[in-house]
Design a protein around this ligand. Structure first.
Ligand SMILES: *Cc1c(COP(=O)(O)O)cnc(C)c1O
Length: 364
């Protein structure tokens, strides 16, 4: 099999040194191992501009969805009602979760290429004082739209609601001041912009809010409160932790800090994204999301013409060393290209050269 680089929304291309951390088998019970967990928890708070007095980090086994479900099942009690803002598949997944969990919920849905509207949200909040929580996806990975965090945070403060943000594909790649924004639960995972490998998610939680959630969860393994209480003692996970993944993640955070922190990584990703969109536009590919609403994480491109075959295009590009992603829209033929992970300007140029060649030779 040929090796390739991932231009996907995660798991993504990681460094050799991150992968090498996984060559040693660690004991979950061992003090050194538990210290890695504690180190990660503290570093994540720093990256989120969240103080140790106000916030805590809870790590949760599983993919990112498990972490989102642990927040939804733990933070929202039977007496609460949650407003879920959606403009993509990840928001809709949260609605599905609310249905499965039997939560009292309301969906505010807008088109996939639109921002949620502040006036409409105000109307909903004015009309329904039962609402206690608000949820929004920051970067909707379905399309690559970057949702307005400032607006939702302002509203949640003004109306006194608990704010849950799925920042899965943005945290680590875009600076988010959790404390200043008053986010109560921020969710992300190991295999996105921190550039670790898949295996767990994490939640940066407001301590006062989480403290009030004892007994809410109807799931044992996804109980975020219980997980926090156990982990907070001395870094021991409830149940088996993904030891290799945790070690790799610790290294990945160190490498993020060495790169210059989130602002430096943001600059690299943004440059990758700008270059990608500019060059593909020249080749004849238009983006689905307008440039003002575009995240520096992943982009959705419309098929350039009727004859275009994604399967053929995908194989051609993969053969030359890059893997891209299919689209996730029902109303338009699209594909996606991620520019996060251990990806640099040279990779984007190389990819665009391959695509140019494809369009010039094969697609003619
Ligand atoms: C990746 C991602 C998730 C989690 O997906 P998993 O496949 O469970 O890791 C959730 N929300 C968003 C916005 C994502 O990009």
């Amino acid at each position: 099999m040929n090796h390739y680089k991932l231009l996907t929304p995660g798991p993504l291309t990681t460094t050799r040194t991150v992968k090498e951390e996984m060559l040693f088998d660690r004991c979950t019970w061992d003090q050194d191992y538990k210290q890695i967990t504690q180190k990660i928890r503290a570093q994540l708070l720093q990256l989120a501009f969240a103080s140790q007095q106000e916030y805590t980090t809870v790590l949760m086994q599983g993919s990112g969805t498990f972490a989102v479900e642990s927040v939804m099942s733990t933070a929202i009690s039977v007496k609460d009602k949650v407003l879920i803002v959606t403009n993509g598949a990840y928001g809709e997944r949260i609605v599905k979760m609310a249905q499965y969990l039997g939560l009292n919920h309301l969906e505010y849905r807008v088109d996939y290429n639109q921002y949620p509207n502040e006036d409409e949200l105000r109307k909903i909040l004015d009309k329904d004082p039962q609402i206690t929580h608000m949820v929004m996806v920051h970067c909707e990975t379905t399309t690559g739209i970057l949702n307005p965090l400032d607006m939702i945070s302002r509203l949640s403060k003004e109306y006194g609601k608990t704010l849950i943000i799925d920042a899965m594909s943005s945290f680590g790649g875009i600076e988010i001041n959790v404390s200043a924004l008053g986010i109560d639960y921020l969710i992300s995972s190991a295999n996105k912009c921190i550039q670790g490998v898949p295996g767990f998610g994490f939640v940066i939680a407001n301590i006062d809010k989480l403290s009030a959630c004892k007994g809410n969860s109807h799931s044992l393994s996804l109980d975020l409160y219980d997980q926090w209480k156990e982990m907070d003692k001395e870094g021991k996970w409830r149940y088996t932790s993904p030891t290799h993944v945790v070690a790799a993640f610790s290294k990945a955070i160190d490498e993020l800090v060495e790169e210059g922190g989130i602002s430096a990584r943001f600059a690299r990703y943004q440059n990758n994204n700008r270059l990608l969109r500019e060059r593909l536009e020249e080749i004849g590919f238009h983006t689905y999301i307008s440039s003002e609403q575009q995240s520096p994480i992943i982009s959705t491109f419309l098929f350039p013409n009727e004859k275009f075959s994604f399967a053929d295009f995908y194989s051609y590009v993969k053969e030359k060393g890059y893997v891209i992603y299919p689209g996730k829209l029902t109303d338009a033929d699209t594909f996606r290209i991620g520019n996060i992970g251990e990806i640099y300007e040279e990779d984007i140029h190389e990819l665009c050269n391959i695509i140019e060649e494809y369009m010039g030779v094969v697609a003619k």
